[in-house]
Structures are given as C-alpha cells and as structure tokens.
Design a protein around this ligand. Structure first.
Ligand SMILES: Cc1cc2nc3c(=O)[nH]c(=O)nc-3n(C[C@H](O)[C@H](O)[C@H](O)COP(=O)(O)O)c2cc1C
Length: 344
C-alpha cells in the first residue's frame, strides 16, 4: 500500500514530514555523504546568529541515561558566512532549507530575518527563542509570552510573505500552550516543539559539574514523553496551527507518536550522532508504520490520538445487558482500518 507522505506547513507543501533538527546536522553537508538530503522533507540548519561565535567552555557534551546534555552555546560562523557557504550549498543541492535563527535581542532577530529575504533555497524560518545554552535565563525569550511575541512579530514582519515562520518552544515553562498562543497571536505560522530541557550533571569523582557551561540542554529518548506531552498540549490548544515535533525520535514508531499527538512533521536530532542515516530510516519506517495501520495519507494521522474514546462494546457473552439504545450509540468514532482505512 502506498502512503501519501506529503505535508503542508502553513501553505508550503513538503514531499514528506521528516526533517533534521537544528544543531544536530549542521547544514546537511556531512549527512549528504550517507544519504541524499534532498529526499528529506527539509534540512533544519544550526541556529545562526549575526556574528561568528565560539560557543561555551568545554566540555560541552555529556552522556546521560537515554540521552545527552549539550552546552554548545550557539557556536557558528555568523550570518554572512552562513549565507555564502551553507545556504548556497543547500540551494545548489536542491534541498529545502529551514533556517534557524537566534539572537540576543529583538533587533538581532529582525536583522537576521532581513538578511534571509529573497534567498534561494529558503523554505521556512525557524526562530530559536528557546536555546537553554545562553549566559542568562532572561535571554530565553520562549519562557515569557511577551518577550516571545516581540521576537516573533519582528521576524514575521521582516520575513517575506509566503515563507512560513515557526517559533521554537521550550518545554521549561509552566504552560506551554500560553507561550504557543502568544507566538501565534504575534504572527507565527507554526510551532517547533520542543527544544532541549535545562539539565545538569555532576561528576561524583571530581565533584564538579561535568559541563564547562555547568548547565546544558537535555535531549534524546529520555525527553520523548515530555516532548509528546508538549505537542499534545499545543495541538489541543491550537488545533489549526502546524507543529514540527521533536524530542528523542529514534524510529518511525517514535515519529508516529508525535504525528498522532498533533505534529504535521518531525525533526530527528540526537539520534543522528549515533546513526547518521537515522532521518531517512525514520522516514521509511514511518511510511511503513502508517501503511501497517491502513492509512492512505499521513495527514489523516495528524492529531488522531485526540479523538474521543470509542464507546465500550458490550456483548451478551460477557453477561452484560445490551440495549437497543446502546447498540445504536456504538458507532465507531473513526473508520476501522479493515473498513477502507482511516479518514477524517
Ligand atoms: C548538540 C545539539 C545542538 C543543538 N543546537 C540547537 C540549535 O542550535 N538550535 C535549536 O533550535 N535547537 C538546537 N538543539 C535542539 C534540537 O534541535 C532538538 O530540539 C532537541 O535536541 C530535541 O530533539 P532530539 O532529542 O531529537 O535531539 C540542539 C540539540 C543538540 C543535541
């Protein structure tokens, strides 16, 4: 059975829903040695800032149970070098580039968006307002609805119409739906959910923090239930807003969890460090997982886990009384796979 894997994010159609995750595959050139990056839905680039930046003190990575902590601190070449080298490479290669931007002020973000205007290869802008690896928590715009909306409004204004702007949210907030709503009200066309969680590991031999930057961002399978919960809550609050979901995706089944929670597309991040073919493998596995469940289209699975529970089927064999009214009410909420596939 063939499955239509196309997905539409804020009016832009992508051939499939599997993307890389920002910071986990640079600008795709290294991954292209392992598989054709143009076969992915898109390549999400490492968050770029206005100026070149060396990042935080080493060590910057630590293994944790089912995950890792990183404190890279937005190391990068700066926007001009990025445009010349990385975005040009992606455009020449024919890949769909989702450019992630990060700044220390609203003006930084607006300038970055301005520099991206009219650039070939640009399919979407992801606004990283949620990086935990900054010197001050006050710089984590995604922890405050007003700060988040100011950044998003400035980026939306500076970005050409037709290029979706996605705001990337932090799970380290009390009410992620509130931040999501603030971003959408400010003009975000979609939401990337989630960035890493703020974490800390201490080496019990040296009796000091493992990371040079002390705290770091937790990623990998350890955070998947948190990420799925966030996608669920955001989709429930804003069912018409497209979500790029991520956090600990290793397999197509993991990706399907995000889709069922409400994501129209997914990013594969930390898994790439151990398996550089992971994004393309996840795409194949997701296609198969959908086919196995009778889906003809990816779109029909988006948010399906939110459907109301089916009424209990009461059978006389169980010695329970079955009334005509109960039978009449026992309509399945969705089509069963055997009855021609899922459709909504
Ligand atoms: C080493 C590393 C660097 C990252 N750098 C960025 C970044 O520059 N911008 C960003 O928005 N997210 C960054 N992230 C977060 C990922 O894009 C992703 O949101 C998060 O890791 C959860 O997905 P995962 O568990 O599949 O990695 C980084 C993650 C890791 C592990």
């Amino acid at each position: 059975m063939t499955v239509d894997m196309t997905t539409t994010l804020a009016g832009v159609e992508f051939p499939n829903p599997v993307f890389t995750a920002s910071g986990c595959a640079a600008a795709g050139q290294e991954l292209d040695q392992f598989f054709d990056v143009t076969e992915l839905g898109g390549v999400v680039t490492k968050s770029i800032m206005l100026a070149a930046r060396s990042g935080r003190a080493t060590p910057r990575m630590a293994e944790t149970p089912s995950g890792m902590l990183n404190s890279i601190g937005l190391q990068g070449p700066g926007i001009e070098a990025f445009l010349d080298k990385d975005l040009t490479w992606l455009a020449d290669r024919g890949a769909r580039a989702v450019v992630s931007i990060a700044g220390g002020s609203v003006e930084d973000y607006a300038s970055l968006a301005q520099r991206l205007r009219g650039r070939p290869g640009l399919s979407m802008v992801e606004v990283n307002i949620s990086c935990p690896n900054v010197e001050s928590r006050g710089q984590v715009f995604a922890c405050d609805p007003r700060a988040a909306s100011e950044v998003v409004a400035a980026v939306r204004k500076a970005t050409e119409p037709g290029i979706p702007v996605f705001a990337k949210l932090s799970p380290d907030v009390t009410d992620i739906a509130e931040i999501a709503r603030a971003c959408v009200d400010a003009g975000a066309d979609g939401l990337s959910v989630i960035n890493t969680l703020l974490g800390l590991a201490i080496d019990v031999d040296t009796m000091r923090p493992v990371l040079g930057g002390i705290t770091g961002g937790l990623s990998g399978p350890a955070i998947r239930p948190v990420a799925v919960r966030c996608v669920w809550q955001v989709h429930q609050a804003l069912p018409d807003v497209p979500i790029l979901g991520m956090g600990g995706i290793r397999t197509g089944r993991d990706a399907l969890e995000f889709v069922l929670a409400g994501a129209s597309a997914v990013s594969v991040g930390t898994t790439v460090f151990g398996d550089p073919t992971a994004p393309i493998r996840v795409l194949d596995e997701l296609r198969q997982a959908l086919a196995d469940r009778g889906f003809a289209r990816l779109q029909d699975a988006v948010g399906l886990a939110h459907r109301p529970p089916e009424p209990a089927v009461v059978t006389p064999d169980l010695g329970l009384e079955l009334t005509g009214a109960a039978l009449d009410d026992a309509e399945p909420a969705i089509d069963a796979p055997g009855a021609g596939g899922y459709a909504r």
